[in-house]
Design a protein around this ligand. Structure first.
Ligand code: GDP
Ligand code: IMO
Ligand code: MG
Length: 421
């Protein structure tokens, strides 16, 4: 069975934790989009791992992991991540393959990302400054370097010198410091050498795995409303984060996909700029007060709000979500009255879907339904029947409003704090 797992909100839904849980039943775990803008947290006992480019499946011995062609790879960051995992005792070797056609993030991408953000001033996106937008931009403009180029010194030098010459002109025009070809080449040459043993034709590798009858789990990064096409443009990332991206970003065709799991928090968070209709100070204070909802990649405090069922309903539609994994239920354990956004209102107009204009969405007011809180800890619950009845009612409502079946409920960051419904 091949499963696509996607974030159904604005990222950081707890995908890493659910991937770790589902990896038990998978043979191969594939990242298909995004780059090291992602931060996926997995706890194994007291040990905390934050994965950025390497699929979260790497933490389970015996499983194979693939960084697919749709990912943009910052080689320096990937080398550091592999070394970090090895230091923590995680085996990274033949169990990791990196697509030879994945695009490479270069220093001018990071620099341009930072420059564009500061030039935007009040209009900035609040990116992770990892160079993601410029790297995907070069991919679309057909001037990118791919992993194949990275691991071939002659090709790397030739392409880098041409690309750095052009980008230095742009950087200078923006008032930024130009890059030294020699320095960049030396660093990337070393990273290429380190990564070469991991590089493979991952399309062939995945199809061979399917022929053997193996199960593939596709690890989505970011979330539905950060999708370049379906998100709150321009406050989005630069890839197709939604389920369709799994096919393009891996080379596994649509008819081989068996199910789509949508991960969502029991409330809503967003990090970075852009509209968030249910944003609410009470929810933010509550969660930040518990030391929760600080970004795993940039450490920024995440914006928080009530569950937005208009958004998750649209996520179900766009991704074809069959099963919902609702995480962080325990975050609402102390709340007296829990609100859920069931529609938006803009003046006299009511919206049952997410309007495509970010400014309009920013002006929308949520229409809320209220739910009585259960006000008992849920973090020790392991069975659906042992959840407080009010928590079950809330979860059932959230699933019904989102238009998909409840599959998993998560009541804590650990593996065993998971309820299969
Ligand atoms: P991802 O990017 O979707 O993988 O999510 P992140 O790892 O960036 O953020 C999710 C955060 O929630 C992490 O700190 C997780 O350890 C944590 N988490 C996931 N599920 C639960 C849960 O059910 N309860 C609690 N308390 N924390 C959770
Ligand atoms: P995971 O996989 C949450 C956000 C950034 C910014 C916008 C564009 O951990 O859920 P980018 O650096 O991609 O150009 O930034 O997207 N963003 C994320 N927010 N979780 C993520 O990944 C994100 N990756 C990017 O904050 O608003
Ligand atoms: Mg994250």
């Amino acid at each position: 069975m091949n499963t696509i797992l996607v974030g159904a909100q604005w990222g950081d839904e707890g995908k890493g934790k659910i991937i770790d849980v589902l990896t038990e039943q998978a043979d191969v775990v594939v990242r298909y989009a995004g780059g090291n803008n992602a931060g996926h947290t997995v706890f194994i006992g007291p040990k905390k791992y934050i994965l950025h480019l390497v699929p979260s499946g790497i933490l389970r011995p015996g499983k194979r992991c693939v960084i697919g062609n749709g990912v943009v790879v910052d080689p320096l960051s990937l080398v550091e991540e592999i070394q970090g995992l090895r230091r923590l005792g995680v085996k990274v070797g033949g169990n990791l393959a990196v697509s030879e056609t994945a695009h490479v993030v270069l220093p001018y991408h990071r620099e341009l990302d930072a420059q564009r953000e500061s030039l935007q001033g009040g209009q900035k996106i609040g990116t992770t400054k990892r160079g993601i937008g410029p790297a995907y931009g070069d991919k679309a403009a057909r001037v990118g370097l791919r992993v194949n180029d990275l691991i071939d010194p002659a090709r790397l030098e030739e392409k880098l010198s041409q690309r750095i010459r052009e980008n230095n002109e742009v950087l200078k025009a923006l008032g930024a410091k130009p890059l030294s070809l020699k320095k960049v080449f030396t660093e990337y040459r070393a990273a290429g050498k380190y990564l070469k043993p991991f590089v493979a034709n991952t399309v062939v590798l995945l199809h061979e795995a399917m022929r053997r009858g193996e199960d593939i789990l596709f690890e989505g990064a970011q979330g539905t409303f950060l999708d370049i096409d379906h998100g709150t443009y321009p406050f989005v990332t630069s890839s197709n984060t939604t389920a369709g991206g799994a096919c393009a970003g891996s080379g596994v065709p649509p008819h081989r996909m068996d199910r789509v799991v949508g991960v969502m928090k029991a409330y809503t968070t967003r990090v970075g700029e852009g509209p968030l209709p249910t944003e609410n100070a009470q929810v933010a204070d509550l969660l930040h007060g518990m030391g929760r909802e600080f970004g795993s990649t940039t450490g920024r405090a995440r914006r928080c709000g009530w569950f937005d069922a208009v958004a998750t309903r649209q996520a179900t539609m766009v991704n074809g979500i069959d099963g919902l994994a609702v995480t962080n239920l325990d975050g609402l354990d102390t709340v007296e009255t829990i609100k859920v956004c069931v529609a938006y209102r803009h003046g006299k107009k009511r919206f049952d879907f997410v309007p495509n204009d970010a400014r309009l969405l920013g002006e929308c007011k949520p229409v809320y339904a209220g739910f009585e809180g259960w006000r008992t800890p849920t973090d020790r619950v392991r069975q659906w029947k042992d959840l407080p009845p009010k928590a079950r009612a809330y979860l059932k409502a959230v699933a019904a409003l989102s238009g998909a079946k409840l599959f998993i409920v998560s009541v804590g960051p650990a593996r065993d704090q998971t309820i299969f419904v």
